[in-house]
Design a protein around this ligand. Structure first.
Ligand SMILES: Cc1cc2nc3c(=O)[nH]c(=O)nc-3n(C[C@H](O)[C@H](O)[C@H](O)COP(=O)(O)OP(=O)(O)OC[C@H]3O[C@@H](n4cnc5c(N)ncnc54)[C@H](O)[C@@H]3O)c2cc1C
Length: 473
């Protein structure tokens, strides 16, 4: 008779259908969209509710099995071998939609598409800022990873939108943060000690979030989305920075020419036609009232005229409704939310380095990143966006064939070089994979490193929670 295996207890608890051990399925679960090392998990466990999540964490703690949380699986890191992938996609209840206090309490599997539909159906007049990611990505994961969305110019990185968390700790006990911890509705993180930060950007290595309270924002009743076609990226980046400083725009972004070409159907754009704009930028105005929107538009027009007088070369502004006349293929950009789902294609992997940095080095960081991409044989597939308080986001994207010989190594080398040149120019990566944490190690403040180690030791002494993340030992 063979000894009972820890997974037998999980099967007894959840049923065999919730525990995937088929080798092909495990091989698929060991991959995300990135260049990162492929994992070899022992099982994928589908969890649908808090009770089951806590029970599985308890069983994993007894068995010493590492846990890797996932929802859409765009950004995972695995231990060298083994581990249980906790699939939280079915734990997707919108637990509360508090319209008066403008807070949604969400389970980790709730996606941007799902909440967006509910907010629209109920005519709440509220919105959640959307990332450029496909609609099946998790709101909770994106906030926990300090992601960036369409309202980040107004409201900062998405981690700041969290007003409280419910967390399953490594010993399967629960805790709540923010005003929630005082028995109040989760309306804000202040004024208690802000323990939410212990779980932010820690990538699941300090606790598994079972519910997050997320701020909702008033959706302006009137919008104007305008497009500018720039022939020099420096003009585009400078213009976006200056427009952002007016405190006028709801959102703004720049898509470099390879992204536009891919939107129009090209698979791997290589060379730019000199007549083609280098960058298409969009600016979103929004107001509660038509007259206010018209006033905002005239301020924007004056600023654009000023930029032109100062030498910036661009065509436009072209209104969203007229974009299809430039090229029918561009019509997708006219609709909000903007999504880059056209970069995700069957048979092609897509990965990226995203970093936040100070506004005054965006141009230099962008130039350095373009040189790195070119050295590694990639076109400048780049997204740039201004953020609240003068910060900027740069995202360098590579589309590649993950199965081809040497491709993962080429992409990894490129991303490592990008990581370095961006860091040297004051940019900091978000959602750092393990290899990037290793590269940052020598540059991190020693007190910060020590405290991260102590926090992880306190919250996860058995190193079970997503152990390949923030491993600074
Ligand atoms: C084309 C494209 C465009 C994108 N554009 C943007 C963008 O504009 N802005 C942006 O921010 N991102 C963007 N992304 C990235 C993507 O949205 C993120 O990787 C996303 O934040 C992760 O969501 P996911 O559902 O895939 O999470 P997963 O990959 O399944 O999980 C990601 C990680 O989140 C953590 N995590 C997940 N659940 C929990 C939990 N319950 N408790 C604790 N930790 C947890 C873990 O570290 C886990 O490894 C883009 C992706 C693509 C493919």
């Amino acid at each position: 008779m063979t000894a009972p295996q820890p997974l037998d207890d999980v099967i007894a608890l959840l049923g065999a259908a919730a525990v995937e051990r088929d080798p092909a399925a495990l091989a698929a679960a060991g991959r995300d969209r990135s260049e990162g090392p492929i994992g070899a998990p022992e099982a994928v466990i589908r969890v649908c509710n808090l009770h089951d999540l806590r029970a599985v964490v308890g069983l994993a703690a007894r068995a010493g099995a590492p846990l890797i949380p996932r929802i859409a699986g765009t950004n995972l890191s695995f231990p060298a071998r083994g581990g249980w992938v906790i699939d939280l996609a079915s734990m997707n209840r919108i637990v509360d939609l508090d319209e008066r206090n403008r807070v949604a309490v969400l389970e980790p599997g709730v996606t941007f598409g799902q909440l967006g539909e509910v907010l629209a159906e109920r005519r709440t007049g509220l919105t959640i800022g959307e990332p450029l990611a496909p609609s099946d990505t998790s709101i909770v994961a994106t906030c926990l990873l300090d992601g960036q969305g369409s309202l980040s110019l107004r409201h900062g990185a998405m981690g700041e939108w969290l007003t409280g968390l419910e967390v399953v700790r490594a010993d399967a006990t629960l805790l709540r943060t923010g005003a929630w911890a005082a028995g109040a509705p989760p309306f804000a993180r202040a004024p208690l000690p802000d323990l939410t930060g212990l779980f932010l950007s820690m990538q699941g290595s300090t606790g598994l979030v079972s519910k997050a309270a997320v701020r909702l924002w008033l959706a302006p009743a009137h919008h104007d989305r305008l497009f500018l076609f720039f022939f020099d990226r420096h003009d585009a980046l400078r213009a976006l920075g200056e427009l952002a400083r007016l405190d006028l725009l709801e959102d703004a972004g720049a898509l470099f020419w390879p992204a536009t070409r891919m939107l129009l159907g090209a698979e791997r754009p290589a060379d730019r036609d000199p007549a083609e704009p280098e960058v298409i930028a969009y600016c979103e105005l929004g107001a509660c009232d038509r007259d206010l929107l018209a006033a905002e538009r005239s301020v924007l027009d004056r600023q654009l005229a000023r930029l032109r007088r100062a030498g910036a070369r661009f065509d436009g502004p072209i209104a969203a409704g007229d974009l299809a006349q430039v090229d029918p293929g561009l019509a997708k950009l006219a609709r909000a939310p903007t999504r880059l789902d056209f970069l995700v294609r069957p048979g092609a992997a897509v990965t990226w380095i995203s970093a936040y940095g100070p506004a005054d080095t965006v141009g230099a960081a962008c130039d350095a990143g373009i040189a790195v991409l070119a050295d590694h044989g990639f076109p400048p597939l780049i997204v740039a966006r201004p953020m609240r308080g003068g910060a900027g986001l740069l995202r360098f994207i590579e589309v590649f064939d993950a199965a081809a010989d040497g491709e993962r190594a080429r992409v990894l080398a490129c991303n490592q070089a990008l990581c370095d040149v961006l860091r040297e120019r004051g940019f900091v990566m978000y959602r750092m994979p393990g290899w990037a944490v290793d590269r940052y190690r020598a540059h991190l403040d020693p007190g910060f490193v020590r405290l991260i180690g102590e926090v992880k030791q306190l919250l996860d002494p058995g190193a079970l929670l997503n152990p390949a993340r923030w491993s600074l030992a």
